[in-house]
Structure formats: C-alpha cells, structure tokens
Design a protein around this ligand. Structure first.
Ligand code: ZN
Length: 682
C-alpha cells in the first residue's frame, strides 16, 4: 500500500509514530520472553517478527520524513523534530540492547544458523557487527568509558563546526565602490550589495560564505583582494585566523584565535584512537573500515598512493598550462594558490566557451527523462511507465511503475522541480523496501527528488548538462533500491551496502550521459528538435576533463591526510597534525600552499562530519564506477548481456554479499584504477 498523502494530518503524526515504536518494543519484549523461557532463537521467532514491526514503523515514518524535505511547513517541522528525538532515542536503545545481542549471537552460533540463507546470514552478521561497534558486549567499566568518549567526541565535533561557522561569519570586507569588485559577475556584485544592506552598511560587503568566497577567488581582477580572501579562508578556525578586515571600517578587532580548532583536532584524534582500542581495533582507521568495502588502512593508502603516482604528471602538466596562461595574459611569473581559480576559469572560458547555459535548450527535461528510461530499457530490459490516479503530495509530482517481462517490479515518485518549502539538492529515498510479508512480496518504492527549474509560460523545463548528470546519478541510486531481488529488509536494495560502495550504481549510470551515442537519445532543441551540434558536443566532452589532474591530486591529498591521521596515530609519540599535513603535501601535492594555510582546521568532513577515515570513498567509488563501466566500453554501451550481468550481481544482491565479491562477480576481477585514469583524460 502506498502512503495516503492527502490524508496525512500533522496532528496525527506524533501518535502514529509513537504507536509504531511501541509496537516494535512490544514485539521485542514478547519475543525475548519466549527465548528466555528456553526457546532457541531462530529466524522465525525473533528476526522476522522484528523486521515486520520495524517495517511498519518505516512505512509510517518515510512519508513524514519525505514531506519534511519536500513540502515543509512550520507545523510539520515542529512535529518532525519531536519525532526525530523519539526515533533517535529508540534507535540507540535497540542498538545497545544487550538481550537482543545475545539472542543474535546464540542464533548465529547455534544449529539453526546452518539453515540460514546467504542474505539471512548477512543480516545476522551485520547486526552483530553493529552491536559490537555500539559497545554492546563490553565489560561494565569499558562500557562506561565508551559512553564518555562518545559524548566527548560529539561535543568536540559540535565545537569544531561552531568554530568554523563563527570564524567564517566574523570576517568581512567592505567597499564603497563596486570598482573594487571588478571582474565579478553582476549577480555576485548585487549579492555583495545586498549583504551590505543586511549588515546595515553602505556599499558592498564580501564575506567568507561559500558563494561570496567563490565569486571573489574565481573572478576578482584585484590580485591583492584575492590573496586577502584566500588567507582569511585558509586560516579560519586557526591561531592565525584573520578577522574583521576593517581597513575602511575602523571597527573593533576581534581575536580570531578564540575559534582555534587545533586542540580540538588533537583531542578528537586521541579519543577516536582510544575508542578504537576499546572495541578491539588497532586504530581508528580500522574501526572506520569495519563497515566499509576497503579491507585495511594499508590497502587504502596503497590505493591512494598508486593513484597519486599515476596522476602527478598530469597535475604538473595542468599546472604548467595554467602558469603559461597567467604569464601570457598578465605577466604573472609566480602563480600563487589565490591565482589558481581565477586563471583556471578564464582559461576554461577561452578553451571551451560551451557554457552550461548554451547547452540548456538542447536538454528539455521531458526529452531527457524519456531518453533516460530508454537507456535503462536497453540495459536491463525494464520498462518505465507513468501511472495516474495516484495520491501524490503536489500536482508536479509524477508516479511511475517499472515492469519487466510484463510484470510490475517497482514503483517510484518523481519530484523534479524546485519550489517553495522544498529542500535544495537532489536525492533518492526509500519509501518501501522490497521484502516478503506474509508470504507475499512487498514491492520496492522510491522517492526521487531533484530541484530543476520548472517550466515558465511556454518554455519547458530546460536542464544544464550538469543537471542531466545529477538526474542519472539519482536514478542510479533509485535502481539500486528498486531492482533488488532481496527479500530481507536489512540487506534489500541499498540497505546493508558498504558505505564506500553505495555510490557505485549512481556514478556508474552517469557514464551514459557522456556517451556520444546516447546524447541523441536524451537531447534535442526544445523548439526545433534539432540535435546538439557537433562543435558544442565536442566542447562539452572536452571540458569534462579540464584540469582534472590538479583536481585529482587535491582530492588524493585530502584523502591521504585523513587516512594517515587516523591510522598512524600513536599515543606514545604524537606527531603534530601539521607535520602529517606537510608530509602528505610533500608526497602528492604539485603546488605547496603557503605555510599559513591551516585548511585542516576547517576540514569539517572529517572532524565534524561522518567522513573520518572515510574521505577516500569519493575516489574509491569513482574507481569502481569507471571500472564497471569499462566492461560496457569493451562490450558495447548497450550490450544487454553486460547490463543483465550488472543487474544480477551488483543491483540484485543489495547488501547481502560483500561489495568486493559482487564487483568481482560482475567484472571478473578486482577493481583497477586504469579506467578512471583513462576517463580523466590521462
Ligand atoms: Zn549519490
């Protein structure tokens, strides 16, 4: 049954969610009581009933959570936050529920385990792993320490991001005359004027907020201004932190060092290391990799170093090209980090004037969708068909069914236009998970959400090629969720898939929108239907790899730093973070940032986000998706057998087998970096 959107009333949500939570806890208690009385734990007497109850909760919660993202209101937000609090508390309770852990342990070690299917085995193993990582099974004193560390880490992470935020917001620079901002696009200048007004100042104000910083560093003709903003940005939340730049305002100076994150980073690394040791790991990197596809920190480091070695020459070439260009253009003989984006942008404009805007008329949303459905039809033999008469939450939302061999196998909501009260960005979310319920298959249902501009008058919605890529990306996630063959919720679709392998199916599908043979399927001028002219197409394809060498080594630098900081941490011989930063730069960077650069002090991904000892996964997933696609390059991009093979291995099995095994089953060997290097133009 689909969510009855039109009947969801905000005032009923809280009670509905609470009822479902109570039901899960009720089932849990009843089942554990049976086991306590002597029954041996089995799949049917504990795991299946719990999954049934949890799925009901999921069914109630998923439309609420979705509406909060796509049709927000003040009333809904209040209830949503109340529910999130409840759900978090409930989740923690289950994660650390000792008797449940023992029941799973007994199940996994007992006779009954022999009768489990491969996916069922994976469900049990993953549950036990997660219990262990949550500190269940530790002795009482260790458990107490575990709780303390977790608490301190969460507070440190909070402080870290608050410092970054405060340091970012404390800096501004004001100009009376727009001439100071020469080079910036009109829109950015207008934004600077608006910022000034918001701060009750005259003229124009530039800040370190992303849009403002990016506009200045990319477009400002004034080299001294670029240097100034670069320095301020790169020293945020450090002892060298720049603050109020008040040459023209004469306001009071604030001491930026109050937001210095250096000691927070040191404490975080020490506590993470202690936590890992407590749970039986050698270091935090190993703990992080316990839930990932990569085996060991050594494997990741080797992977990154290998990639760095093979990319370095290209990064140097990119840099030289930029140096030559800056010298030829403005006589710059000492290209600095604050010149990179500026000359890079101009060089790109000069070389590939094909701006995203010129491409737009050739990618009307309807044509792109039709073409994309055609692509997956050719790949997997599935047909996507619109359904009407479905209870949707907004008239713009479409609903589709997916058929294979005349049978319906999945459904999805497609909500592609930006509008008021809808969160920005693009994402896929789970509405219903494929599983067996009372002997019947519950079909998977996905929510696919984008934020493209909606049709205006007679002009249809027109996409940039970047937006087309986003669409394919999210649809790739959607297919991972919808084409699964699994029937146990915890490993069905994207559930249970290793964290660093989740982006494989999404990035993989992106490849098709860069294929010359696919472009005619997904494009056509919205007025004339004419194909994208060859010169525009060639420029679009060539621009894809502009400065890809430099981009690659930068990402490797961040990834390597992250992995080494966590893997090599030694409490008896603590290296300063700066010395690790310097060593990594020495190893991979082609342009050494100035010594004042303290980018690590605002590296929120790893110190205030979920990417600790996991930043490498961006590159890792790119390698996997490029390598998977290379089999299509060998066999033909629409080779049906290769498509079926991908479907039956990577997509069908969800999280029931290791991501590496599934990859090998598809590709016939372990992943290699060659395809990514080739796709990057190396
Ligand atoms: Zn993604």
């Amino acid at each position: 049954m689909l969510p009855p959107f039109s009947q969801i009333a905000v005032e009923h949500i809280d009670v509905a969610v609470q009822t479902r939570i109570d039901h899960v806890l009720d089932v849990l208690e009843t089942r554990l009581a049976v086991i306590e009385q002597g029954a041996l734990p089995t799949w049917d007497n504990i795991v299946a009933p719990l999954e049934d109850a949890s799925d009901l909760l999921e069914q109630t919660w998923s439309p609420i959570s979705h509406l909060n993202g796509v049709k927000n209101s003040d009333e809904l937000r209040v209830v949503y936050e109340q529910c999130i609090e409840k759900l978090t508390e409930f989740g923690t309770k289950i994660d650390q529920y000792e008797p449940l852990y023992h029941a799973y342990k007994a199940l996994s070690e007992g006779e009954h385990a022999k009768r489990l299917s491969v996916p069922q085995r994976a469900v049990i193993d993953q549950a036990i792993r997660d219990f262990t990582l949550a500190g269940v099974g530790l002795s009482d004193d260790k458990k107490q320490r575990y709780g303390e560390i977790k608490k301190q880490l969460s507070s440190l992470s909070n402080q870290f991001s608050n410092h970054v935020l405060d340091a970012t917001q404390a800096w501004k620079i004001q100009f009376d005359d727009a001439l100071a901002l020469a080079g910036l696009p009109d829109m950015a200048v207008a934004a600077a004027k608006q910022t000034a007004e918001q701060k009750s100042l005259t003229g124009y104000v530039v800040t370190l907020d992303m849009p403002s910083y990016l506009a200045v560093i990319t477009y400002a003709d004034d080299r001294a201004l670029r240097e100034k903003i670069y320095r301020a940005f790169a020293t945020r939340a450090s002892a060298e932190g720049d603050v109020e730049n008040d040459s023209q305002l004469n306001s009071v100076q604030v001491d930026g060092a109050q937001w210095d994150n250096t000691s927070i980073i040191e404490q975080t690394l020490a506590l993470r290391h202690e936590l890992a040791k407590l749970l039986g790991f050698a270091n935090y990197s190993e703990l992080s990799l316990a839930t990932k596809m990569a085996d060991s920190p050594q494997q990741v480091v080797k992977f990154l170093e290998d990639l760095a070695e093979k990319s370095r020459g290209h990064a140097e070439k990119d840099l030289q090209e930029l140096r030559d260009y800056a010298q030829g253009k403005d006589g710059i003989t000492d290209l600095q980090p604050w010149d990179m984006s500026y000359y890079s942008e101009q060089l790109q404009q000069e070389k590939y004037a094909a701006s995203q805007e010129l491409l737009r008329p050739y990618f009307p949303a309807e044509k792109v969708l039709e073409g994309m459905f055609d692509v997956v039809n050719k790949l997997y033999g599935i047909t996507v068909l619109p359904e009407i008469e479905v209870d949707v939450y907004h008239p713009d939302v479409r609903f589709y069914r997916i058929e294979k061999n005349g049978e319906i196998i999945a459904y999805f909501y497609f909500d592609i236009y930006a509008r008021d009260k809808k969160r920005g960005g693009a994402w896929m979310a789970d509405c219903r998970t494929r599983r067996v319920k009372e002997g019947k298959i519950q079909l998977p249902v996905a929510y696919l959400t984008c934020n493209f501009s909606s049709p205006v008058g007679d002009t249809p919605s027109l996409l940039t090629h970047q937006e087309v890529t986003t669409l394919f990306h999210e649809f790739g996630h959607g297919l991972h969720h919808m084409l699964t063959q699994m029937t146990d919720a915890a490993v069905s679709g994207i559930n249970g898939v290793a964290w660093d392998a989740v982006e494989l199916p999404s990035q993989f599908l992106e490849n098709w929108c860069w294929e010359k043979s696919v472009i005619p399927l997904i494009s056509g001028h919205y007025k004339t239907g004419k194909a994208l002219p060859d010169d525009l197409l060639d420029k679009m394809l060539a621009a894809k790899n502009f400065q890809s060498g430099l981009h690659m080594v930068r990402q490797i630098e961040f990834s390597l730093l992250d992995m080494k900081l966590h893997a090599d941490y030694d409490p008896d011989n603590v290296q300063t973070v700066q010395s690790v930063v310097d060593a990594v730069r020495q190893q991979v960077a082609v342009i050494t940032p100035p010594s004042f650069n303290k980018f690590q002090n605002s590296f929120s991904h790893i110190f205030a986000g979920g990417y600790a000892a996991g930043y490498y996964s961006y590159k890792w997933a790119e390698v996997l998706s490029a390598d998977a696609f290379s089999l299509f390059e060998e066999n033909g991009v629409f080779d049906r057998d290769t498509g079926e093979k991908f479907l039956q291995t990577v997509l069908a099995n969800g999280g029931s087998q290791s991501a590496m095994d599934l990859f090998v089953a598809f590709r016939g060997r372990e992943p290699s970096v060659d395809a990514l290097l080739r796709h990057s133009g190396f």
